[in-house]
Design a protein around this ligand. Structure first.
Ligand SMILES: C[S@@+](CC[C@H](N)C(=O)[O-])C[C@H]1O[C@@H](n2cnc3c(N)ncnc32)[C@H](O)[C@@H]1O
Length: 231
């Protein structure tokens, strides 16, 4: 007998349907997040290195991931103007657990994210991921990578995650950094059994009312997957 084979492509569809299933119910949270993202865009004038930020649909994917999985301890690489930081922090604030914390660094920028919610935000401005990871301790539930990670980062990350840590990658398209990061991360034994979830499809995001696309992919530990008869 052959086992049932669930590919990344097939799983991706149901994964985002599950994660984003409350989008209609959470319209006021989405509106509040969109307003916050607009305000964060103004911080670009303070950037030493003015670069790309995440789209509104990507921010909603991050918000929904944080609200769904309810991580308490989060690492982010690549703060820039803080759209992703804010989306994760708001998703963490809006679930029942917590309050949690987010440690976030940016090598080139020194922009203070004007976050005032319950989730504790610890920023490492003008600090490389290697340097920040050196200063952290404990096991983290979720890591969002929006900067490029190297061998030294992987060594340090190894002591800050376990087999149940969810890894989220931005810029997962073509030959961009999300794909390069996946290739590097896959060399870590702790992540060997993580399952790749591609970014939510443009069609599905359009159905939900978004005009932007998302490049947010997820490396999901199989320990975070449960089968249920209803839902
Ligand atoms: C695409 S932007 C991040 C956008 C941000 N997540 C947002 O939502 O606005 C990437 C940022 O990561 C920083 N960066 C890239 N690689 C890094 C690294 N290894 N360590 C720290 N920061 C890094 C860059 O300086 C840049 O500001």
């Amino acid at each position: 007998m052959k086992p049932f084979n669930l590919s990344s492509r097939l799983f991706t569809t149901v994964f985002w349907q599950g994660i984003l299933q409350n989008t209609d119910q959470w319209r006021s949270e989405l509106a509040a997040l969109s307003d916050a993202l607009k305000r964060l865009d103004d911080l670009r004038t303070a950037a030493d290195y003015n670069t790309g930020s995440i789209s509104n649909s990507a921010a909603w994917c991050l918000y929904s991931l944080a609200r769904y999985f309810q991580p308490l301890h989060v690492i982010e690489i690549g703060t820039f103007i803080g759209k992703s930081t804010w989306a994760l922090a708001q998703g963490m604030d809006d679930h029942q657990g917590g309050p949690g914390d987010i440690f976030t660094c940016d090598l080139s920028n020194n922009i203070k994210v004007p976050w005032t919610g319950k989730t504790k935000l610890v920023q490492f401005p003008k600090t490389s991921s290697t340097e920040m990871l050196k200063r952290l301790s404990g096991i983290h539930d979720l890591c969002f990578l929006d900067g490029r990670v190297g061998d030294e980062d992987l060594k340090r990350l190894d002591s800050l995650i376990d087999q149940n840590t969810i890894i989220v990658l931005d810029d997962f398209e073509g030959m961009e950094k999300g794909v390069a990061n996946l290739k590097n991360l896959k060399t870590m034994p702790k992540l060997a059994n993580h399952f790749l979830i591609y970014p939510a499809s443009e069609n599905y995001l359009q159905e939900l009312g978004f005009t932007s696309h998302s490049t947010v992919a997820v490396m999901l530990p199989l320990s975070r997957v449960a089968l249920s008869n209803q839902g």
